[in-house]
Design a protein around this ligand. Structure first.
Ligand code: CP
Ligand code: NVA
Length: 303
């Protein structure tokens, strides 16, 4: 059997996404199949992490496996050692690689040269496990997916790309408000538009935050400066100044709209100080659901 990599949301069949969400909700409390018994999974991280590392390590343990974390300065992916060599070596030791890389290209090379599954734990292009688990949170809070509207306020970044793909697969409308130069790129839009044609979801690129938030079921934001973009911080704060999520912006959305954020948050930048506290029940459920979704995903990959 050929190995299965999850580098993008698009690597998961669109017609199985809703089932993945429902299975995740149903199996939160277990019992969990011990599909990783006798198996090891390495977590190879080029950037820091709180949620992704912990939730993957726990998910591996809960499925009976052994997780080995490799910190950013340990491996020197592509520096101390070439990506193909790392991929070949890891394939001799472990049964799967969960990798967080700067370049999406590094992930693709890892997947191309390894003989074990590679899962994207965030790259500069996508964060698929975040987006798929966000669907779990949306489903739990709203009881459905199709026909809802997500307003993404801010940077058309890795999180936005994956969320766009996930929403367009399941029929959620996706409106993004960003400064033009930071909006979604054509490559991801092309894929999402194909899903949207089938699922009926609407995709809109806007410049005004209030227009995107109007009547939204979900207002979603993420940092303006992602990991690896620190040198652009000042310039980004200026470009995104009109895109902060505050109470006024939330007032344009539906009365019972939820605020979502993948965390870590930069309080006072993309979110007004204090607003995360008022919406924390959703945002911390969102963090918890990373664990549940990833456990289901691993159960599927190793069944
Ligand atoms: N949301 C998320 O991926 O968090 P970490 O960077 O802490 O893993
Ligand atoms: N866009 C953010 C997400 C962090 C989970 C980053 O890449 O830093």
């Amino acid at each position: 059997m050929s190995k299965r990599d999850i580098l993008s949301v698009a690597d998961f069949p669109a017609d199985e996404v809703e089932q993945l969400v429902k299975t995740t909700v149903r199996t939160k409390k277990g019992p969990w199949p011990q599909v990783l018994a006798g198996k090891s999974i390495t977590l190879l991280f080029e950037k820091p992490s709180l949620r992704t590392r912990l939730s993957f390590e726990l998910a591996v343990h809960q499925l009976g496996g052994y997780a080995i974390y490799m910190s950013p300065d340990e491996v020197g992916l592509g520096k101390r050692e070439s990506v193909p060599d790392v991929a070949h070596v890891l394939s001799r030791y472990v049964h799967g690689i969960v990798a967080r890389t700067f370049l999406h290209k590094s992930l693709e090379a890892l997947a191309a040269y390894s003989t074990v599954p590679v899962i994207n734990a965030l790259s500069d292009y996508e964060h698929p496990c975040q987006a798929l688990s966000d669907l779990v949170t949306i489903f739990e809070k709203r009881g459905k997916l199709k026909g809802l509207t997500v307003a993404f306020i801010g940077d058309g970044n890795n999180v936005a790309n994956s969320l766009l793909l996930a929403c367009s697969m399941v029929g959620i409308n996706f409106l993004i408000a960003s400064p033009e130069e930071y909006s979604l790129k054509d490559n991801v839009l092309k894929v999402a538009n194909k899903y949207a044609e089938k699922s009926g979801s609407q995709i809109m690129l806007l410049e005004e935050a209030a227009m995107a938030a109007k009547d939204a079921d979900v207002v979603y934001t993420d940092v303006w400066t992602s990991m690896g973009q620190e040198a652009e911080h000042e310039q980004r704060c200026i470009a995104f100044a009109k895109y902060q999520v505050d109470d006024k912006l939330m007032s344009y959305a539906k009365k019972d709209a939820i605020l979502m954020h993948p965390l870590p948050a930069h309080h006072g930048e993309e979110v007004d100080v204090g607003i995360i506290d008022r919406y924390r029940s959703v945002i911390f459920d969102q963090a918890e659901n990373r664990l549940h979704l990833q456990r289901t995903l691993l159960s599927e990959l190793y069944k």
